[in-house]
Design a protein around this ligand. Structure first.
Ligand code: FUB
Length: 341
């Protein structure tokens, strides 16, 4: 018999489903969950939050993570196994601090763990580490991925066997310091409110999964009239936390709106977009950040996310949770409210 996700959920009148899930891990703080089905199990690749004592600031210095754990579940609602530390900043020659939201991919029986971290100049780069099994430990490459920058890698395996990395995040994520893949300095250049917002990036991965097979390209996010989302539209413009999944031949690009705290989504007909804005998947949660992944398991869809309920609201001490994700007939996703007071 199938286990249900442990939660109380009711549909409210405004068609937003309320979901009150429990943390999946309670002996560590975990965040930014990237979930995948590997070898028939659900694997979760999260950030590992801890209290490093660094004060909160607008660059996110308080998210001072120094290692990663991997978790797995044999079934929905089943026990969550902690596979321990799979990568430590001490073992990554080029990385100095702030190991932020990671992701993982499988190709030909090998596993690839992708992670952002600051280098010795405090510039975010994206690294890769490899293992023969999904639970690690992962062996890091000596250098970050060439031409990589900013944060929040999400690697999507398309149904034709190609892999694409989506990445980027503004504010502390430093995406605003680049134009055409060139570093412009740390002055933080944002387009004006009535100009197109900064775009998330995509690059197809090389055969060996260790580098980009092409120059990263910008992804266009459009409104319902086909016009780019603007910087001033911060309720729905891209901020960080890209994720891509495919449902019924449609590509869903989902992301956090950052300072307005939504997980929003846009749809398109190929991995590069453009993607047209469709709505909100997850309303703001307890804590400043909102970050998610979406995965299909045994015919149902799940949203993995985090909140700060276990730490009673400390933004940098988060816990991973999951809930079911439902589609409407027209392919739109039903909005979830998971706020815990
Ligand atoms: O966990 C550190 C950062 O906070 C992530 O990289 C962002 O997506 C946000 O969740």
């Amino acid at each position: 018999e199938e286990n249900a996700v442990q939660e109380d959920s009711v549909a409210t009148q405004d068609n937003v489903r309320r979901s009150a899930s429990e943390p999946l891990v309670t002996d560590n703080y975990t965040a930014d969950p990237s979930a995948h089905v590997f070898e028939g199990k659900i694997y979760i690749y999260p950030s590992h939050d801890w209290d490093s004592g660094i004060p909160e600031d607008d660059t996110g210095a308080h998210f001072n993570m120094k290692d990663y754990h991997v978790y797995s579940m044999e079934s929905i609602g089943g026990e969550v196994e902690d596979h321990g530390v799979v990568l430590d900043v001490e073992d990554v020659p080029w990385a100095s601090r702030q190991m932020w939201a990671p992701d993982a991919a499988e190709k030909d029986g090998k596993y690839y763990f992708y992670f952002p971290a600051k280098d010795e100049n405090d510039i975010f780069r994206i690294g890769v580490a490899t293992a023969d099994n999904p639970a690690g430990p992962f062996n890091p490459e000596q250098e970050p991925i060439e031409n990589s920058y900013s944060i929040d890698p999400a690697v999507y395996e398309d149904t034709d066997g190609e892999y694409y990395m989506y990445f980027g995040g503004i504010w502390g994520g430093q995406l605003q310091d680049y134009r055409n893949n060139e570093y412009q300095g740390e002055e933080d250049i944002y387009p004006a409110d009535d100009e197109p917002a900064l775009s998330p990036m995509i690059a197809r991965m090389s055969e060996d999964m260790l580098s980009f097979a092409e120059e990263p390209k910008e992804i266009q996010l459009l409104d319902e009239d086909g016009e780019p989302l603007l910087t001033g539209e911060n309720e729905r413009r891209f901020f960080e936390a890209a994720w891509v999944h495919k449902y019924n031949d449609t590509y869903y690009f989902s992301y956090s709106t950052g300072d307005t705290h939504n997980i929003a989504y846009a749809t398109g007909d190929n991995p590069y977009g453009p993607f047209t804005y469709r709505g909100v998947i997850l309303e703001p949660v307890l804590g400043w950040t909102n970050h998610h992944s979406i995965v299909e398991y045994e015919g149902k869809w799940y949203l993995f996310y985090h909140d700060s309920s276990l730490s009673e609201g400390k933004t940098y001490l988060r816990s991973v949770k999951m809930t079911e994700l439902n589609y409407n007939e027209d392919g739109s996703i039903q909005t979830i409210n998971a706020m815990v007071e």
